[in-house]
Ligand binder design. Structure first.
Ligand SMILES: NC(=O)c1ccc[n+]([C@@H]2O[C@H](COP(=O)([O-])OP(=O)(O)OC[C@H]3O[C@@H](n4cnc5c(N)ncnc54)[C@H](OP(=O)(O)O)[C@@H]3O)[C@@H](O)[C@H]2O)c1
Length: 303
């Protein structure tokens, strides 16, 4: 089904609006580059103006026809997420592709501007708020897609509702796995809500296997092994790009690399952990995320 699919296989995206979070480096940059190359109007949503503008310059130098622009988005600050969504809505009537890619991993204990544990706050709650705030545009755009970028790490993740913000102790690895499980629970719950509301928007998910990027700044072992095991960011972006653009993708699908036990290779449909399909946990996480962020999805009939 997905054998030998690469970013070359992406269909023409002329006229489509796309947003990629965390597009200043790694998988997000390659995702934005591939979408722009195929004609999409791409917004690189990044927390650093300098890095975001540099990424746009790099893309437009390589592909002079590309329509790419930087917009400031700090997922660890809900005021920034709201500013981004408002500004985006001022300039766009539609949103065809939203790629929730940005992420941090195994960071020392920290809090977002709103007091959330940093990894859950950035990787999950920031994206929950962003998606909700732009979801009016998504549902009004025919066959729009949302892609959550998760990780193999979700497999060992558990949502600890009694310690969501690390009030009772912090473990950097557990917090990362929790946030990546939250990405999947959110994607699948979002898909169920799109269906319940009679919308044709698709929510899917992807993971990049093991990809050589800046992600492992706080994990020396992964940094050491990156040159030997990690695949290039261009390949790491394929599962995301497949979920975002390939024909036949269904809401609730999850894509990842097909070789080396899922660490690298061409994208294929994969199964996530049993816990990620737990609808009761997903429902509860959604409710808690609404409470914490204050963001409600206006079209959501389950509200
Ligand atoms: N690399 C892998 O092997 C691997 C494996 C599994 C899953 N993933 C997932 O892949 C995604 C992309 O990571 P990557 O590997 O490409 O790492 P990366 O090169 O470090 O890219 C992460 C991106 O997220 C951005 N970001 C971090 N915090 C942010 C915030 N508060 N607001 C907005 N943007 C923020 C970073 O911005 P700055 O440039 O400003 O830091 C950067 O653009 C992540 O969700 C990660 O969990 C990666």
């Amino acid at each position: 089904m997905t054998s030998k699919w690469t970013s070359e296989s992406i269909p023409d995206l002329t006229g489509k609006n796309a947003v990629v979070t965390g597009a200043s480096s790694g998988i997000g940059y390659e995702t934005a580059r591939a979408l722009a190359r195929k004609g999409a109007r791409v917004v690189l949503a990044c927390r650093s103006k300098d890095k975001g503008e540099a990424a746009v310059r790099q893309i437009t130098q390589e592909y002079p026809e590309a329509i790419a622009r930087f917009m400031l988005l700090d997922l660890a600050d809900l005021a920034s997420v709201r500013r981004f969504a408002n500004e985006f809505a001022q300039h766009h009537d539609t949103l065809d592709i939203l790629i929730n890619n940005a992420g941090i991993m195994k960071t020392p204990f920290g809090k977002t501007a709103d007091g959330f544990e940093l990894q859950l706050g950035t990787n999950h709650l920031g994206h929950f708020a962003l998606t909700g705030l732009v979801s009016g545009l998504l549902v009004r755009t025919p066959l729009a897609r949302v892609v959550m970028v998760s990780s193999w790490g979700h497999q060992v993740g558990v949502i600890d509702f009694d310690n969501l913000n690390a009030e009772k102790g912090y473990d950097a690895g557990r917090a990362y796995s929790q946030s990546k499980l939250a990405n999947l629970l959110f994607a699948y719950e979002l898909q169920r809500r799109f269906v319940s509301a009679g919308r044709d928007t698709i929510a899917a998910a992807a993971h990049p296997g093991w990809t050589k990027t800046n992600l492992a700044v706080h994990w020396p072992m992964v940094r050491t092994l990156n040159p030997f095991i990690g695949q290039e960011p261009e390949m790491g972006a394929w599962p995301t790009l497949y979920a975002a653009t390939a024909a036949g993708v269904q809401g609730g699908d999850y894509y990842g690399p097909s070789s080396w036990g899922g660490l690298r290779g061409y994208p294929t449909r994969v199964r996530s952990s049993d816990r990620s399909y737990d609808t009761a946990v997903a429902f509860r996480l959604w409710t808690v995320s609404e409470e914490l962020t204050g963001v409600h999805y206006v079209w959501d009939v389950a509200r």
